[in-house]
Design a protein around this ligand. Structure first.
Ligand SMILES: Nc1ncnc2c1ncn2[C@@H]1O[C@H](COP(=O)(O)OP(=O)(O)OP(=O)(O)O)[C@@H](O)[C@H]1O
Length: 619
């Protein structure tokens, strides 16, 4: 599976240096990016573009009006005897026009930032939702892959940072149009001026590109460490870990780790920032020299009378603006390509496809299940592990049968359950349901028909009712059903004690949240198993935290309520296990023995040994 994940990876995944070709290639992500922005809000997108277009024309227009003003002033001042002072209508009209342009420019600037901000917020929400939607389609195995996590982390960072790219690209286009207007004016006087500008800004452009590339490489190569920093920050200051951090006195250890890791990153980043700032100063000075060279040329032409004073102000102003804008564009270009490369991470993440999915033409799920589940030589190995978690496993879980799984820690019990629910697919052999491979059935139907409560079930920091309703979330408003499920799992007595009843917020993270004890949480989580009419109910050590009386009662009820349905129970308590129709004993991922409690005792094998051990402990 890791191979599959990696095969989607961009080539930049494995190396930290990005070539120019890759930079330009990354720009290919822009159309897809703009499609996403467009889908976010066509209205805001169009409005933004239109306002920016108008704003792009303002600098050239302002400069031109300025030129007309200067020329007019010169004409009027040359009129004999101050006669010009009486003929100022045109002049004032020009001044008002320039004033109007200035006001318009500010207003448009504000409007554009407003639209940028709104569009950016909507876009961030949209990407966050897409991120979650996509995560929901992916395989559990993909989540357990460190490369995947790095990719997910980089993609997640895209959700907030992409608005920079948005206004960046829009700004670029606006600047380009602006330059077009101004350059046209310059070219009328002397096209060489344009060339001079290009030459003047090139050094700082190249320099900036170089440093952007290095900073991207640094940040990318530090993705795992950054994740670790986030993780340490979280466990160093979270309600879930506070207890152990205090008791074991872990804060010093955590802070030291955070300090050394973050300091190392800071050091590397600082070195880069300093050399970037120094080089930036030198290279920009070259650009400034180019500008003043051209300025001298323009001034000399004005002195020799070849151009008017108005022309001088227009040319000098245009030249300064074009240089500034061009420098901005070229600088932005390098950060734009960098942003576009970051975008690649986002699209890479969206491109990861789950390997576990429904077949094109799915077989209808049997209702009721007639024969049951048959494991045929099933073997499974976790991606990040060399060991077989399960191997050569063959047995049948008959329809309506109650099967208990027994085995030492790490024997493979939970793994077996995950294969039944198709959280993973076997690497070897196959699992049949009523004679057909599990992979031939619709995945959603399969999951709907299997209810699993895992030992590491999630304690959702939500209301008590929702914590039960997650067993069948579509029924979350079905209060009678939630309450019946709670009664069946003994959660009703827990909830009766809560001030807010079923609406009581659980966990301390949010306002007025109440924390439950381990056993109380377990009773609530167990309620999830009863929310749906699953044909196969699996409880993976569901009673480990329950007291003896509660456990006995839970299983009595469970046996009664799942009568006629198949169930799998994982437990280390033999008082529970012996209630099952058959018991499957696993050792190191292989089947050691299978049979009823009495059959296995008679056999006097591992089960009998373990049962004897526990029974003696109670004597
Ligand atoms: N996500 C995982 N990635 C890699 N290895 C795993 C993963 N989950 C489990 N394993 C390994 O697979 C083996 C079987 O684990 P499994 O959780 O199925 O055992 P178990 O019988 O349920 O144990 P326990 O009684 O402790 O719950 C163990 O060696 C474990 O280390």
């Amino acid at each position: 599976m890791a191979k599959k994940v990696n095969s989607h990876a961009n080539s930049t995944d494995t190396k930290e240096q990005i070539s120019w070709r890759e930079r330009f290639a990354a720009l290919g992500n822009l159309p897809a990016f703009f499609r996403l922005v467009w889908e976010t809000s066509p209205g805001l997108f169009l409005g933004n573009a239109a306002l920016r277009l108008i704003r792009a024309a303002i600098p050239a227009a302002t400069l031109y009006v300025g030129k007309l003003i200067v020329d007019q002033v010169v004409i009027l001042s040359r009129q004999p005897g101050g006669a010009g002072a009486d003929d100022t209508n045109y002049l004032w009209w020009l001044v008002s026009a320039e004033f109007g342009l200035a006001i318009l420019s500010t207003a448009l600037g504000r409007a554009v930032s407003l639209l940028d901000g709104l569009l950016g917020d909507l876009f961030t929400n949209k990407i966050s939702i897409r991120l979650m939607e996509h995560a929901a389609t992916l395989d559990l195995e993909q989540f357990e892959d460190a490369t995947f996590y790095d990719k997910l982390e980089r993609a997640r960072r895209q959700t907030s940072g992409r608005t920079v790219l948005l206004s960046g690209v829009f700004g670029q286009v606006q600047e380009l149009i602006s330059i077009g207007f101004l350059a046209a004016g310059l070219a009328v006087y002397n096209p060489w001026l344009l060339l001079l500008i290009l030459v003047a800004v090139t050094p700082s452009f190249i320099g900036d590109n170089y440093f952007n590339q290095r900073s991207y490489s640094l940040s990318r190569s530090w993705t795992p460490e950054r994740r670790e920093l986030d993780y340490i920050r979280y466990i160093g200051a979270s309600d879930e870990t506070a207890k152990e951090v205090k008791i074991f006195g872990l804060s010093g250890f955590l802070i030291d780790r955070f300090r050394s890791l973050s300091w190392e990153y800071f050091r590397k980043n600082r070195a880069l920032s300093i050399s970037r700032a120094s080089w930036g100063t030198v290279l920009t000075a070259l650009g400034t020299a180019g500008y003043y060279g051209a300025y001298v040329w323009i001034v000399m032409r004005a002195v020799s009378g070849q151009i008017s004073l108005g022309d001088l102000t227009f040319l000098a102003g245009s030249f300064r603006q074009v240089r500034g804008s061009l420098e901005g564009i070229l600088l932005q270009f390098s950060s734009l390509t960098q942003e576009a490369i970051y975008l690649q991470d986002l699209f890479d993440y969206f491109a990861i496809q789950p390997l576990i999915h429904s077949p094109g033409k799915a077989r209808p799920f049997p209702n009721p299940i007639r024969e049951g589940f048959v494991f045929e030589n099933v073997g499974f190995k976790y991606t990040n592990s060399e060991r077989w978690a399960l191997r050569n496993l063959s047995f049948t879980l008959h329809a309506g049968e109650k099967l208990a799984l027994v085995g030492e820690n790490g024997a493979g019990k939970t793994t077996l359950v995950k294969l039944l629910a198709r959280l993973y697919d076997p690497a070897e052999g196959r699992i049949l349901l009523d004679g057909y491979d599990l992979r031939e059935y619709d995945l959603t139907a399969l999951r709907q028909n299997i209810g699993v409560i895992f030992q590491d079930y999630t304690r959702f920091k939500m209301s008590a009712g929702v914590n039960i309703a997650v067993g069948d979330i579509d029924e979350r408003t079905n209060q009678p059903r939630i309450e019946t499920s709670a009664q069946r799992s003994l959660a009703d007595t827990v909830i009766a004690k809560l001030a807010g009843g079923y609406d009581q917020q659980l966990g301390r993270s949010f306002n007025k949240g109440v924390e439950l004890s381990g056993g109380e949480w377990q009773k609530v989580a167990l309620g999830r198993a009863y929310m749906r009419d699953a044909q196969l109910v699996i409880l993976d050590e569901p009673t480990a935290a329950l007291d003896a009386r509660a456990e006995y009662e839970v299983f009595q009820r469970f046996a009664k309520l799942t009568e006629g349905r198949s169930s799998v129970i994982i437990s280390h308590r033999f008082s529970t296990v012996r209630m099952a129709d058959r018991i499957l004993v696993l050792e190191n991922g292989t089947l050691l023995e299978i049979g009823s409690h009495y059959e296995l005792l008679e056999k006097d094998g591992r089960y009998a040994e373990l049962f004897g051990l526990q029974a003696r402990g109670y004597q």
